[in-house]
Write a protein that binds this ligand. Structure first.
Ligand SMILES: C[S@@+](CC[C@H](N)C(=O)[O-])C[C@H]1O[C@@H](n2cnc3c(N)ncnc32)[C@H](O)[C@@H]1O
Length: 301
């Protein structure tokens, strides 16, 4: 990880490889936004989808999907992303309410929380992702004349590199409380990069800071290769998630944070489905079975 010369190229752009997953989440948020019982509202999401040639044929409303909610991708999986968005919106707002004025989005993709959340006006949102993804995002938002509600700082850097300096160089203050999200990110990173990320978050955070991340606990992703979510995502939009996930051993990041003095709790998404009265529920051969949302808070030493 250390070293000043980037070792990873950014050749794929937003509409190839893992960048395309950011568009998948944006399309899902667009579908969620237009639902009569939406869990989260993101008016920008459909504009990203419409701006990228790779997803010109993707739906942005459930009514555009012939089998509607029975569609494993645009029904159940998109609703999963809608629920995740809502739960992490609540986490950010709650952490800001408790005093965090710096929000760091790791693998920010097409996240528009700086534009759509009612954050305290002195908040700063740092968006870390690869340069090509952030450039596409900028182009679409500029085209919409969108103005963030709070200060927003894009940080183009690869999270497999040594990214801490890039963040502090643009004003992030490790001595002040912060809230961090790694939403739909860690399973794309090699295990050592995840360990480095958690160590770096710990190093850059003051007491009172918070981190939420998504993990997948299954030992073998391929055991779910025939699950409706994976097969529909591959067949309908050509994204082979199993190909994109890192297949190496995963670190126990929740355990590592606990050992560093954070308080952590781990939840299934289904708990939030029950809390909100909508969202995905367990099903057989379920690619979501191992998904966990982890909420960590850094305690005073
Ligand atoms: C599934 S998307 C999630 C985006 C966003 N967090 C959301 O939930 O809408 C994964 C994002 O992680 C980013 N990502 C994956 N590997 C990365 C890396 N090594 N460095 C920086 N960003 C990375 C991708 O470019 C993509 O935008």
């Amino acid at each position: 990880m250390a070293g000043t010369t980037p070792r990873h190229t950014d050749a794929e752009g937003v509409d190839g490889g893992v960048g395309l997953t950011a568009l998948l989440v944006a399309a899902s948020r667009a579908v969620e936004t237009h639902r009569h019982d939406s869990l989260a509202q993101d008016p920008y999401a459909e504009h990203f989808v419409r701006a990228a040639p790779a997803c010109a044929h993707w739906p942005v409303r459930i009514e555009e999907v012939p089998d509607g909610d029975d569609n494993p991708l645009w029904g159940r999986f998109a609703r999963y992303f809608g629920l995740r968005t809502r739960v992490l919106d609540d986490f950010v707002l709650q952490s800001a309410g408790a005093g965090a004025r710096q929000v760091v989005l790791l693998g920010a993709g097409l996240d528009t929380r700086a534009f759509r959340l009612d954050l305290p006006s002195d908040c700063v949102v740092y968006e870390i992702d690869r340069a090509s993804v952030l450039a596409f995002k900028e182009q679409v938002l500029t085209g919409l004349s969108a103005a963030p509600e709070v200060k927003r700082v894009p940080v183009p850097v690869d999270l497999r590199e040594d990214w801490a300096d890039a963040l502090t160089a643009v004003g992030f203050d490790p001595a002040a409380p912060s809230v961090w999200l790694a939403e739909g990110l860690l399973f794309y990173l090699p295990g050592p990069a995840e360990t480095h990320l958690v160590d770096t978050v710990d190093r850059l955070t003051a007491a009172g800071s918070a981190l939420a991340f998504e993990a997948k606990l299954e030992k073998d992703f391929l055991a779910y290769r025939d699950s409706p979510i994976y097969t529909a995502t591959h067949r309908l939009i050509g994204i082979d998630l199993l190909h994109l996930f890192d297949k190496g051993p995963r670190p126990d990041s929740a355990g590592a944070l606990t050992a560093k003095g954070w308080s952590t709790s781990m939840h299934t998404p289904f708990e939030f489905t029950r809390e909100h009265g909508r969202g995905p529920l367990p099903e057989p051969n379920d690619a979501l079975e191992g998904n966990r949302w982890v909420f960590a808070r850094k305690l005073a030493p």
